[in-house]
Design a protein around this ligand. Structure first.
Ligand code: IMP
Ligand code: MG
Length: 182
């Protein structure tokens, strides 16, 4: 047993019922907006977006769409801030496709900026961004958010896919991690 508080459950910030209600609204908006799309590719950013992506896409009522993933990480503190490493690329070609990018949280914006530029370079027909959470006070680069679940204060949150050192992703709600961070 450890004596720190890392085994405590994080303080709830957004409860499961509120997540479900919001995801229903987002799914309805996505269904409406992509009704006429000829090819929709939903792309999640691993690993944080997985819980959100699954719950969202199960409720999107459209003809078969494609699902794929990027995985990214920031470089260490020794490099330029904002440099993002692509650890896993998408398997499919996005050329000419409508892309819906799905993220857990937009913080500085560096991750999404990098991915948006890449998708544009590869000539996606359209790219929209859907994020569960947005921390606008932390933004360093501008990213246009088309579908947003909740705006939150500058708090370190975990659960529902979001982690602290790979832990807490399985919590069914969003909580505030109050131990030592970063
Ligand atoms: P950005 O590139 O700074 O926008 O960071 C995006 C990534 O940082 C997210 O996809 C998360 O993986 C991570 N992140 C940012 N804020 C939090 C947080 O409060 N909790 C957990 N992960 C976070
Ligand atoms: Mg992430």
């Amino acid at each position: 047993m450890t004596s720190d508080n890392s085994n405590h459950y994080p303080r709830p910030l957004i409860e499961q019922a509120d997540l479900e209600a919001k995801i229903g609204e987002l799914a309805a908006a996505v269904t409406r907006d992509y009704r006429d799309s000829e090819r929709l590719v939903a792309i999640g950013v691993l690993k944080g977006s997985v819980f959100f992506l699954v719950d969202l896409l199960k409720r999107v009522d459209l003809a078969p769409l494609e699902v794929d993933f990027f995985q990214t990480s920031s470089y260490g503190a020794a490099t330029e801030p904002g440099e993002v490493k692509i650890l896993k690329d998408v398997d499919v070609s996005v050329r000419g496709a409508d892309v819906l990018l799905i993220e857990d949280i937009v913080d500085t914006g560096y991750t999404l900026r990098t991915i948006l530029d890449l998708l544009r370079f590869r000539k996606a027909k359209s790219v929209r961004l859907c994020t569960l959470l947005d921390k606008p006070s932390r933004r360093k680069v501008d990213v246009p958010i088309d579908y947003c679940g909740f705006q939150i204060e500058d708090l370190f949150v975990v659960g529902y896919g979001l982690d602290y050192n790979e832990r807490f992703r399985n919590l069914p709600y969003i909580g505030v991690y109050e131990g030592e961070i970063r």
